[in-house]
Design a binder for this molecule. Structure first.
Ligand code: G3P
Ligand code: CA
Length: 231
């Protein structure tokens, strides 16, 4: 079962920041999940569309240029990373799972991914783009057939595994509260990986392990790794 650090090691460090990403790399996670928003001139790593919850800034991320966003404190003096920071820090050391939030200009994102792939900054096998917005996933998969996409859902809609398969997804990312054995078997039969979020507690880690899901997103990768080694 793969371990993905959710927003980096966000249980121990400010979410979606350099220290959270480094904290995850330090414990040799399999993957790092981050959230992508669009600024006026770049892509930035931040969960909310608004700055207020996780930074000392105010207002919408999309109303700022990157240089302005870099002035804000994202926790413990950290700066809001942009997409290139993420690629520079993680590279091919772990799977990078980018969740598209209110991400616009996907054509630019496509070019960005192509450029970083060509430069060897990222690898095809260690890159997953996920989103609840399945139209965006469909578009980017058509543009970049090599790209792994993760169909995100917070519940199990009827025939969701079939839907994800038809979307040409690599994986299904699903809220752990809705997962069941039947769904896992159906997804696996269709060649899809099943990754569950957000799994922090011992009993939940154990339940996901018993269900044989392919991976979990956790805010506490070090602790989760320890627990898994004892199961
Ligand atoms: O990608 C899985 C999970 O991160 C989705 O929920 O709200 O934490 O972005 P959220
Ligand atoms: Ca996320």
């Amino acid at each position: 079962m793969k371990i993905f650090a959710h927003r980096g090691a966000s249980g121990n460090f400010p979410e979606n920041t350099h220290s959270a990403i480094n904290g995850a790399l330090d414990v040799e996670v399999d993957g790092i999940e981050v959230d992508l928003q669009s600024a006026k001139d770049d892509y930035v790593i931040i969960h909310d569309s608004w700055l207020d919850r996780t930074t000392n800034g105010q207002g919408k991320v999309s109303d700022y240029f990157l240089s302005q966003l870099k002035e804000f404190d994202a926790g413990n003096g950290e700066k809001i990373p942009n997409l290139q920071d993420l690629f520079n820090w993680v590279g091919t050391k772990a799977i990078i799972n980018i969740e598209l939030k209110h991400t616009t200009c996907l054509k630019q994102l496509k070019l960005n991914l192509e450029k970083n792939l060509a430069q060897g900054n990222i690898s095809k096998q260690k890159m997953i783009i996920s989103s609840y917005d399945h139209h965006q996933l469909k578009w980017i998969k058509q543009q970049l057939p090599w790209l792994r996409i993760g169909a995100l859902t917070s519940s199990i809609p009827i025939n969701y595994a079939q839907f994800a398969q038809e979307l040409n997804a690599f994986s299904i990312h699903i809220d752990m509260n809705f997962i069941n054995n039947e769904f896992v078997l159906d997804a696996k039969k269709r060649g899809l990986k099943v990754y569950c979020y957000t799994v922090d507690k011992y009993e939940d880690i154990k339940r996901m392990h018993t269900l044989k899901v392919d991976g979990i997103f956790t805010n506490y990768p070090a602790n989760t790794k320890n627990i898994l080694q004892q199961l």
